[in-house]
Ligand binder design. Structure first.
Ligand SMILES: N[C@@H](CCC(=O)N[C@@H](CS)C(=O)NCC(=O)O)C(=O)O
Length: 198
């Protein structure tokens, strides 16, 4: 049984979405985290090393950080075909775009959102103005990050763009807007939001 360590309306919500897509057996354990205003504290029950959400435990096997959890879950429930397996042609693209999400896209979005100048494009991540065209270029090849195939990578990218698409920091992009519509129209997304607010 999988336990999702969760705080409502946070990055862990998208893992309710993924677990619903996978029709996996899971329970949600609500945890406290630090808050933006400096209040709150990491919850000792949460196995993430900094008390962040999401984290999961699969009968004692702990996985934290969104791309790792996405990969772990799609490997764990291969019959749902929500992530290419080793040996499949698009496994490389899958791993790359999962890692890009956390290594480049998120830092670029957060840098912009918090008005922090990206030190230089040769650092580990790039400015949003450089990252977005790469993602939009990818999404212009097909409806999903992996082309015709919906995967857990879309759970990460789709929910992130759903959150930021209307933000002033985001340049308007019809490709991203259509992409977000496709992702949030999925029944598992609606189920996740309903479970979160239940
Ligand atoms: N790199 C992590 C980021 C997780 C993260 O920052 N989560 C936020 C909630 S959206 C959090 O737990 N913040 C509270 C804290 O950092 O103490 C991932 O992608 O999974």
């Amino acid at each position: 049984m999988i336990t999702l360590y969760h705080r409502p309306k946070s990055r862990s919500t998208r893992f309710i979405f993924l677990l619903e897509e996978l029709e996996a057996p899971y329970t949600v354990q609500l945890v406290n985290t630090r808050n933006r205003d400096g209040s709150g504290a990491a919850d000792p029950a949460n196995p993430h090393p900094h008390g962040k959400v999401p984290a999961i435990s699969d009968d004692g096997v702990v996985v934290f950080e969104s791309p790792a959890i996405a990969l772990y879950l799609t490997d764990r429930f291969p019959q749902k075909r929500l992530g290419p397996l080793p040996g499949e042609a698009d496994r490389g693209a899958y791993l790359s775009w999962l890692a890009y999400y956390t290594g480049v896209l998120e830092p670029s979005l957060m840098s912009k959102f918090m008005s922090v100048e990206v030190p230089r494009g040769t650092a580990g991540w790039v400015a949003l103005e450089e990252a977005l065209p790469a993602v939009i270029g990818r999404l212009s090849l097909g409806p999903y990050v992996l082309g015709e195939r919906f995967s857990a990578a879309d759970v990460l990218y789709g929910t992130t763009f759903a959150m930021f698409a209307q933000a002033p920091i985001m340049p308007k992009s019809a490709i991203i807007e259509e992409y977000v519509k496709r992702i949030v129209a999925r029944p598992a997304y609606a189920r996740a939001l309903a479970k979160e607010t239940a």
